[in-house]
Design a protein around this ligand. Structure first.
Ligand code: MSP
Length: 640
């Protein structure tokens, strides 16, 4: 087993739609953690992927009129492209429909069956399909006749089916003992208390198969059942590193060092998953990092609630690193956080552009303007610079600790405290005056600021890799990727010589969106998500709609639907238009009135009579209503 390894996982996502900001958030936290551990010189394995079986997916596929496999295949590029766009450097993307995963899950189940941890019985109770959860009696939240899901609050369905059960109850004491011995198992700590209370109330055996659905991994020895989707999905953390197919790799990486998940799926990861591992004779993960939800207008952002924000749109509007920064720092892991466009814009302008970008810009512009590009430590640091250096070391130590505890947002806050100190130092030293009065002091101030920016850039690299690489290369910083960067930064970062060069503005200030436009932006994002099913604006513009005045109207012999109208379109001229409106209107109703017509449809004949346009009408159970201008308007006026 590798001593210096770090194995981090994300939940695997249900592929019922393209990823949204909530999915990006879990994945980003894993990416940022993975990059910090890379900086520490560790070998990192970062697993993410998709959860593709179960009733929820089967139902969504059916609704879309597709086979489940075809349905899930269709979403994979949207995940992989999104992760690429956001610079998510995963080691493996696992799909639960991968053959290697299926083999691993069946092997795992066989072991449980062989050792007597599984038995067949009957489940009679409730099931929440969106959460893929059996809702146990003690959890039932009744609203009238409906039993609501305690997790998502939606109505459950009653099920009654034969199932294979896992003897979860047999692991109750072992779990409690484990929690007691590992108080840091979950970050934040309060979540562990909730889990302990739940387990103490008593664990029931868990159904791990479904007989009433077919979209799943066949249950070993009984192909009338498929594996319950959570028993299938949780095992991705093992099969993704070789369980069932590559023992050596499994033992290299297992146990996971960090498993990231949202608060809605704690029970699965903190109770079922450890019990499954205990039953498999495998170690438990070292830490679960449980984050809160991103909310929009105080509601969880989710695909099914229709308030999901499209990260692609955000990246286009604000930049990838800017959004990575916003999510990592502003969404506190410990609680739910409200997503606000105004906060993103505020962060970009005041923190990224002002605090960090300006410091870099002012320092390097001033140095280069005074012909100082070769940066070296002075023979003797002044007291003020020594204090700044010591604060830099403390920042590295403290933020590293926060990263290890899983508090990424606090680590970034801690780095920002130091950015503020470096700014204060630069300001107090007044290097623009030193440049004229004392070259040595000037060179020292620039050196201390450049070295500070080296540490800041390296410490923020996991959060904003592209921007920080740009910044560091402009400051002549040498990467020591194979070493422990944290050690290098503390020991020798303030002793190196480097050459700085001019850099374009690192973070562009942006124009603040007016409050009234924020709502529109949200709407635009939602529309973007459903792009395929929407008409493009350019296409809409192709439809030529005009106001026309009906100058004459006749019935058509032999037709009980059609009326034939002569319509005046002003400059466009007079046209003959047929419409199937005879059941609702007489010619007298129409003559002398105006209506709205599509005038660029290909002319066609109805009952042998040519028609050069289409009249717009709306219909309901009562019949038809014409679309008419609210007041008189010049015939031929454009509509749209
Ligand atoms: N497929 C299961 C996980 C199986 S892991 C073995 C699942 N999928 S999910 O797509 O519904 O959610 C995956 C992750 O995204 C969860 O951690 C969930 O908390 C997170 N998020 C989904 N919406 C979210 C927000 N609005 N905010 C933050 N994260 C949320 O559950």
């Amino acid at each position: 087993m590798k001593k210096n390894k770090f194995y981090v996982t994300t939940p695997i996502y249900y592929v019922t739609a393209a990823p949204h900001l909530g999915s990006l958030y879990s994945t980003l936290l894993a990416d940022v953690s993975a990059r910090y551990h890379q900086l520490a010189g560790q070998d990192v394995f970062f697993l993410t992927g998709t959860d593709e079986h179960g009733q929820k997916i089967a139902q969504a596929a059916e609704k879309a009129g597709k086979q489940p496999q075809e349905f899930v295949d269709g979403f994979i590029p949207s995940y992989q492209e999104m992760w690429k766009r956001y610079n998510i450097a995963y080691s493996k993307f696992i799909r639960t429909t991968d053959q290697e995963h299926i083999v691993g899950v069946q092997q795992w189940l066989q072991r449980l069956i062989d050792q007597g941890d599984v038995y067949k019985d009957f489940y009679k109770g409730f099931y929440c399909t969106p959460c893929e959860t059996f809702v146990t009696e003690k959890d039932q939240d009744k609203q009238g006749a409906d039993v609501m899901c305690p997790s998502c609050g939606r109505a459950t369905t009653e099920v009654s089916e034969e199932c294979y059960f896992f003897k979860l109850s047999a692991y109750q004491d072992k779990l409690l003992q484990f929690f007691e011995q590992h108080p840091d198992f979950i970050t934040p700590k309060e979540r562990l208390q909730e889990v302990i209370s739940f387990v103490k109330e008593g664990l029931k055996d868990l159904s791990i198969s479904r007989k009433t659905i077919t979209w799943g991994i066949p249950f070993p020895g009984d192909n009338t059942h498929v594996t319950y989707v959570w028993a299938d999905a949780l095992n991705n953390y093992l099969t993704g590193i070789g369980y069932g197919t590559n023992e050596a790799s499994l033992h290299t990486w297992w146990p996971a060092d960090l498993q990231i998940l949202g608060k809605d799926i704690v029970r699965f990861h903190a109770i079922y998953w450890p019990a499954f591992l205990m039953a498999s004779g495998l170690k438990l993960p070292k830490k679960l990092l449980v984050h809160g939800w991103i909310k929009v207008d105080d509601r969880k952002m989710s695909k099914s609630l229709g308030n999901a924000v499209d990260p692609k749109q955000l990246a286009n509007n604000y930049g990838v690193d800017e959004i990575r920064y916003y999510l990592t720092r502003k969404m506190a892991i410990t609680q739910d956080s409200e997503f606000r466009i105004s906060d993103i814009e505020q962060s970009i302008n005041s923190e990224l552009a002002n605090d960090l970008g300006n410091l870099l810009n002012r320092c390097s512009t001033l140095a280069l303007k005074n012909n100082l590009s070769m940066i070296e430590p002075p023979k003797q640091w002044s007291d003020k610079s020594k204090v700044l250096h010591q604060e830099c070391i403390t920042m590295i130590q403290e933020s590293r600790k926060l990263v290890e505890q899983g508090y990424l947002y606090r680590a970034v806050n801690r780095i920002w405290e130091y950015i503020n100190k470096a700014n204060a130092y630069f300001h107090e030293q007044e290097p623009w005056k030193q440049a004229r009065s004392n070259q040595d002091e000037f060179a020292e101030t620039i050196a201390a600021t450049v070295y500070s920016l080296h540490s800041i850039g390296a410490m923020l690299w996991p959060v904003m890799p592209t921007k920080m690489e740009l910044m560091l290369s402009s400051l002549g910083f040498e990467w020591h990727k194979s070493d422990d960067m944290f050690v290098h930064l503390q020991k020798s970062a303030w002793t190196v010589s480097c050459t700085i060069k001019k850099i374009e503005t690192l973070f562009q200030k942006i124009e603040i969106t007016k409050e009234s436009n924020v709502e529109e932006t949200k709407v635009e994002q939602k529309i973007e998500e459903k792009k395929e099913s929407y008409l493009q604006f350019e296409d809409f513009l192709k439809v030529d709609m005009r106001v026309g005045t009906i100058t004459a109207c006749d019935e058509i012999e032999g037709s009980d639907k059609l009326l034939k109208m002569q319509v005046d379109f002003g400059d466009l001229g007079q046209r003959q238009i047929l419409a199937g409106i005879k059941k609702s209107f007489t010619p007298d109703d129409l003559v002398g009135t105006q209506g709205i017509f599509v005038v660029n449809l290909k002319p066609r004949k109805m009952m042998g009579i040519p028609s050069e346009g289409m009249m717009l009408v709306a219909s309901d159970a009562q019949g038809l209503q014409r679309m008419i201008p609210a007041g008189d308007i010049t015939p031929g006026s454009k509509v749209g």
